[in-house]
Design a protein. Structure first.
Length: 117
């Protein structure tokens, strides 16, 4: 079983930067992909970025060129570097780990990011 915990959220002014961290524990050897989703009140979670064991990355169009997802090779940690933040980036950000073992998806509790205009 894999557990993930996020950290690094907070309040920042528009144009600023934040780095979100996700620490994984448990059966990290079974992870093949990790990612970030975000959610605002009344809306579904939306994909922000993912990274695979091969290093392939995928970003939402809204964050391309501004956010970068990075992981360590042992899947023990991952972070999301967020630059040029906009008020529309305000959300709760969730880390997710995709595993070959059950449960196949492990979510964190979320971390709040607030971007003021």
């Amino acid at each position: 079983q894999v557990q993930v915990v996020e950290s690094g959220g907070g309040l920042v002014q528009a144009g600023g930067s934040l780095r979100l961290y996700c620490a994984a524990s448990g059966s990290t050897y079974s992870i093949y992909k990790m990612g970030w989703y975000r959610q605002t009140p009344g809306n579904q979670r939306e994909l922000v970025a993912t990274i695979t064991s091969g290093g392939d990355t995928n970003y939402a169009d809204s964050v391309k060129g501004r956010f970068t997802i990075v992981r360590d090779t042992a899947w023990r940690s991952m972070y999301l570097q967020m630059n040029s933040l906009k008020p529309d980036d305000t959300a709760v950000y969730f880390c997710i780990a995709y595993s070959l073992a059950n449960p196949q998806q492990s979510w964190g509790q979320g971390t709040q990011v607030t971007v003021s205009s």
